[in-house]
Design a protein around this ligand. Structure first.
Ligand code: FES
Ligand code: FES
Length: 155
């Protein structure tokens, strides 16, 4: 076992993990962050996307030990004082979800995009989210939501 300390959604956690433990399993099983979901476990779908030191990563493609000393933001860390984050609100307002399974990853990837590029074109949004799969929406309303969030100045 290896001892790691990771700040997740603003709270520091120290745990002993197996060197092979994936970050997504650590988040869900050890820390109870079940808002981060697993769609494929093979780094294809993007459902497990979180921010690792502000960089968007697929947490099924990162070992928990690689997050030692880092800061992780999950979908559960976005809302403030009971208010949805502007990107969450934009997905809600623009019907950017149906079953919602892809939504945590879509929103985290969108937050990373807007942090880097606050005023993306539709093409840039589509390109940036190509690693996040949605089986329900046809993507159109997801793109609309990200553009709406950008127009609102969301970061
Ligand atoms: S569960 Fe990580 S990319 Fe699909
Ligand atoms: S809303 Fe169902 S997979 Fe995207």
């Amino acid at each position: 076992m290896t001892r790691i300390t990771v700040k997740v959604d603003g709270v520091e956690y120290t745990d002993d993990v197996e060197p092979r433990t994936l970050l997504v399993h650590h988040l869900r099983e050890a820390l109870g962050k079940t808002g981060t979901v697993i769609g494929c476990d093979t780094s294809n779908c993007g459902a497990c996307t979180v921010l690792l030191d502000e960089v968007s990563v697929k947490s099924c493609a990162v070992l928990a030990v690689q997050a030692d000393g880092a800061s992780v933001t999950t979908i559960e860390g976005l809302a403030r004082d009971g208010e949805l984050h502007p990107v969450q609100k934009a997905f809600h307002d623009n019907h950017g979800l149906q079953c919602g399974y892809c939504t945590p990853g879509m929103i985290m990837a969108s937050c990373a995009l807007l942090a880097e590029n606050p005023d993306p074109s539709e093409k840039q949004v589509r390109e940036r989210l190509e690693g996040n799969l949605c089986r329900c929406t046809g993507y159109h309303n997801i793109v609309k939501a990200v553009l709406a969030a950008a127009a609102e100045g969301a970061r």
